[in-house]
Design a protein around this ligand. Structure first.
Ligand SMILES: Nc1ncnc2c1ncn2[C@@H]1O[C@H](COP(=O)(O)OP(=O)(O)O)[C@@H](O)[C@H]1O
Ligand SMILES: [Mg+2]
Length: 249
């Protein structure tokens, strides 16, 4: 401990008269200079919004810009369709301009990437959204039955019925049963009636093959409401990349 008293000569205060003239103070550091630039702040806020929308971590940084389109005009068309969809949106809450979309095509062709990119863009414009993988949604609903979830089934369903934009990834991948289809129908129909935007991805061809899985009640509403983004090129990006890496080695 350093002594506080003036007994120690090192700490003794010099007499006023002999005090040297005070050195001119160095300029104080600016207090309100932001640590992050405006762009960086926007990026941080957007990141928080994307996480809150429950976009899976792997897809949180997917954008239309980092979707490669060099492999063919089909990819460019997908990006154009996605941009057209985003442009059709009005301000947050404008139900007249809350288009729906279905993204369909083969596994690994980039549907979830484009879905996440669209959400990121819309969240950046102030819209509210929730991302749900459909098989996980039903797992969560089932978990409400044995109390494993904080929410009960109604709360969970209300949340996805009410949110401004709902993204349902991988429709038709869940194990369908009348119980699942009833709940899916309820969600789609209530959103249909309130005009809230819904985006859906599926590996099944739209509309015929999807209809065989989820039935005509759901698919006819989708057919009426959805802008189509697809079919995605019939190529598995993950496999193509792996093959390329094998060849390079
Ligand atoms: N054209 C592309 N450019 C960049 N990455 C892509 C492209 N297509 C797919 N990917 C990437 O490949 C992986 C699989 O794509 P994903 O969107 O999950 O496919 P799907 O949902 O159609 O099964 C993801 O990491 C995705 O970002
Ligand atoms: Mg996917």
């Amino acid at each position: 401990m350093t002594p506080r008293s003036g007994k120690d000569p090192k700490n003794a205060r010099p007499a006023e008269a002999s005090a040297p003239p005070a050195a001119s103070p160095s300029p104080a550091p600016p207090v309100d200079e932001p640590l992050l630039s405006a762009d960086e702040q926007r990026e941080v806020f957007l990141q928080v919004r994307v996480e809150r929308a429950r976009v899976p971590r792997k897809f949180q940084n997917k954008t239309l810009e980092n979707f490669e389109t060099r492999r063919g005009k089909d990819y460019k068309e997908i990006v154009q369709m996605a941009k057209g969809y985003i442009d059709a949106f009005g301000r947050p809450g404008d139900v007249e301009k809350s288009p729906w979309a279905i993204l369909y095509g083969a596994t690994g062709s980039g549907k979830t990437h484009i879905l996440a990119a669209i959400l990121r863009e819309l969240l950046g414009r102030g819209h509210e959204a929730i991302f749900y993988n459909v098989p996980n949604l039903f797992k969560d609903i089932r978990a409400t039955f044995d109390g494993a979830e904080d929410l009960d089934e109604d709360e969970l369903l209300n949340e996805i019925v009410d949110v401004e934009i709902l993204a349902l990834d991988d429709l038709g991948a869940e194990k369908t049963s009348d119980w699942v289809l009833d709940r899916l129908y309820l969600v789609i129909n209530q959103r249909y009636e309130s005009g809230r935007a819904t985006l859906i991805t599926t590996n099944h061809n739209f509309p015929d093959d999807l209809e065989k899985i989820v039935g005509s009640r759901i698919v006819s509403r989708l057919a009426e409401m959805c802008q189509i983004i697809g079919p995605f090129p019939n190529q598995d990006y993950r496999m193509a990349k792996a093959n390329l890496q094998r060849r390079v080695k």
